[in-house]
Design a protein around this ligand. Structure first.
Ligand code: GLV
Ligand code: MN
Ligand code: MN
Length: 419
C-alpha cells in the first residue's frame, strides 16, 4: 500500500530507510539473490556494514555473547531499564530483501530520528540484529534471541554443519560459547516485520498488530536403509530409504491437511531433505529430513506428533528401514503484549493510518523476547503476501510508516514506564 502524497510529515526519513535496505541487498551471494545465510562470510560482511551504520548513528555498538549485534543510545536515567527494537539480517536461501531486514533498518531509523530531533529518552534504547532467526545450517532458528532470553538449549552448541560446530560458528560471529545470563533489564521489545501473508494488502490496512505468534516445532527424521546395486537388487529385497521417506512426506501432508481444516492455524512442511549416496545406480541408503510444524494450539501439535510417530513405526516395519524421529526444537505459541498493542494502535491512528489485529503463522524473535520482557510486533503489508522467495517486496513508504509507528510508540512507552 503506497499512499503517495498522504504521508508528507512522517517523523522518520523514508529515503534513508530505502538507501539502507538497497545497500544491504547488495551483500548477497552473487547470482543467488537474496542470500545472506547466518554464519556465512557474507552474513559477517552484512554485519560489519550494519555495525558501521549503527556507529554512524551515534550508537555504542557491540556483539553480545549470543552473537547479536546491538547498538545502544543511552537514556537520561541510567539503570532504569532498556527499550529494545529490532529483527534479523540473515536470510533463507534465495530469500527476500525485507524479511527481518525491514525491521532492523526501521529500528535503526527510529534511533536516528530521535537523534535528529535531539530527543533523549529516559530509558536506554537498544537496536538489535538478532543472530540466525531463520532456520540455520545447524537446523535450528532464533539462536540469538533464545540466547538473549537464556533459553538456548546448551546441547545445541555441539550441532555440526559445514565443518563447524554451532559453538565455533558463534565465536566466528563475534559471540562466545558461554552464554550471558538472560537479560533482566529489558522493559519492552518491539519488532517491525513484513506480514509474509496477504491480509493487510487485501484489506488495504497499513499496520497489523500481532496478537500471537504460532508455536513452532521441528522434528528431524533420519531413515537408514541399505545401499545396494540399483540394477541387480530385486524390487522385493530392497531397503530403500528414499521410498520410505516418500511415504512419510505424503503422510505428513495428509495429517497436516486434516488438522488445518479446523479454524485454528496449523501447517507442516518437509522443507529440508537430503539423501545418500544420491547416485543414479545405487539404492538410496540414508535420508535426513526436517519437518517444520506451526500450530496455534498445543493439542494440535501433540496430536500431529503422536500420529507421525505411529507412521514412522509402520513405515519402518513395512519398508525394512530404521526410522528415527527426534524433536529438535519446540517453541510454544506466544501471545504479544496487549497493552503495547493498544499503544501501537494509538500511534497508527495518530499518524493517520489504519490497523487490524493479526496472528502470525511465521516465527519471530519477538516470541523469545516475550520470555524476558513485554513484547509486541507490527506487520506492514507485502506484495501478494509473498515471502521466503526472491519476489518478496514491500513498499518503502509502508516500511517508513511502520518505522514512524515504532518511533511514536517507543516515545509513549518511555513516558509510560517512567510514570
Ligand atoms: C521464520 O521466517 C519462520 O520460519 O517462520
Ligand atoms: Mn523474519
Ligand atoms: Mn523468515
Amino acid at each position: 500500500m503506497s499512499h503517495p502524497g498522504e504521508r508528507p510529515n512522517l517523523p522518520v526519513s523514508a529515503s534513508r530507510i530505502a538507501a539502507d535496505i538497497d545497500k544491504l541487498a547488495e551483500i548477497t551471494e552473487p547470482g543467488r539473490p537474496w542470500t545472506r545465510r547466518a554464519f556465512s562470510p557474507l552474513h559477517r560482511e552484512g554485519r560489519a556494514w550494519l555495525a558501521d551504520r549503527f556507529q554512524a548513528a551515534g550508537l555504542e555498538t557491540r556483539i553480545d555473547a549470543s552473537g547479536n549485534l546491538i547498538g545502544r543510545r543511552a537514556g537520561r536515567l541510567p539503570g532504569s531499564g532498556t527499550l529494545m527494537l529490532g529483527s534479523h539480517s540473515d536470510t533463507v536461501p534465495d530469500g527476500g530483501r525485507f524479511d527481518g531486514i525491514a525491521g532492523v533498518i526501521a529500528a535503526l531509523e527510529v534511533a536516528r530520528s530521535l537523534a535528529d530531533a535531539g530527543i533523549q529518552l529516559d530509558h536506554d534504547l537498544e537496536i538489535v540484529d538478532f543472530l540466525a532467526e531463520e532456520v540455520s545450517i545447524f537446523g535450528v532458528s532464533c539462536i540469538g534471541s533464545r540466547g538473549m532470553a537464556g533459553v538456548r538449549p546448551p546441547e545445541w552448541l555441539g550441532r555440526q554443519a559445514e565443518g563447524m560446530t554451532l559453538a565455533q560458528g558463534l565465536v566466528a560471529t563475534g559471540g562466545r560459547e558461554a552464554p550471558d545470563p538472560a537479560r533482566q533489564d529489558i522493559k519492552a521489545f518491539l519488532e517491525l516485520h513484513i506480514e509474509q501473508g496477504p491480509v493487510l494488502e487485501t484489506e488495504k490496512r497499513d499496520i497489523g498488530i500481532v496478537s500471537a505468534i504460532a508455536g513452532i516445532a521441528r522434528i528431524e527424521i533420519v531413515i537408514e536403509g541399505r545401499a545396494d546395486h540399483a540394477g541387480t537388487t530385486p524390487m522385493g529385497a530392497r531397503r530403500d530409504a528414499l521410498v520410505a521417506a516418500s511415504k512419510l512426506v505424503l503422510g505428513i501432508e495428509h495429517l497436516a491437511t486434516d488438522l488445518s481444516r479446523q479454524p485454528r492455524h496449523f501447517a507442516a512442511t518437509v522443507g529440508e531433505f537430503a539423501m545418500l549416496p544420491n547416485a543414479a545406480n545405487v539404492v538410496p541408503s540414508n535420508v535426513r529430513m526436517l519437518v517444520d510444524i506451526r500450530s496455534e494450539q498445543r493439542d494440535d501439535l501433540d496430536r500431529f506428533a503422536a500420529a507421525l510417530n505411529d507412521l514412522c513405526i509402520s513405515v519402518a516395519e513395512k519398508d525394512h528401514v530404521d526410522v528415527s524421529p527426534r524433536r529438535i526444537s519446540d517453541a510454544p505459541a506466544v501471545r504479544m503484549d496487549d497493552g503495547i498493542g493498544g499503544m501501537l494502535a494509538n500511534a497508527t491512528e495518530s499518524l493517520g493510518g489504519s490497523h487490524r489485529q493479526l496472528a502470525s503463522g511465521a516465527g519471530h524473535d519477538a516470541a523469545f523476547m516475550a520470555r524476558i520482557s513485554r513484547a509486541a510486533m507490527i506487520f506492514i503489508p507485502c506484495l501478494g503476501g509473498r515471502s521466503h522467495a526472491p519476489e518478496e517486496f514491500a513498499e518503502n513508504d509502508d516500511i517508513a510508516f511502520g518505522a514512524a509507528v515504532l518511533l511514536e510508540t517507543v516515545r509513549a512507552l518511555d513516558r509510560q514506564i517512567s510514570e
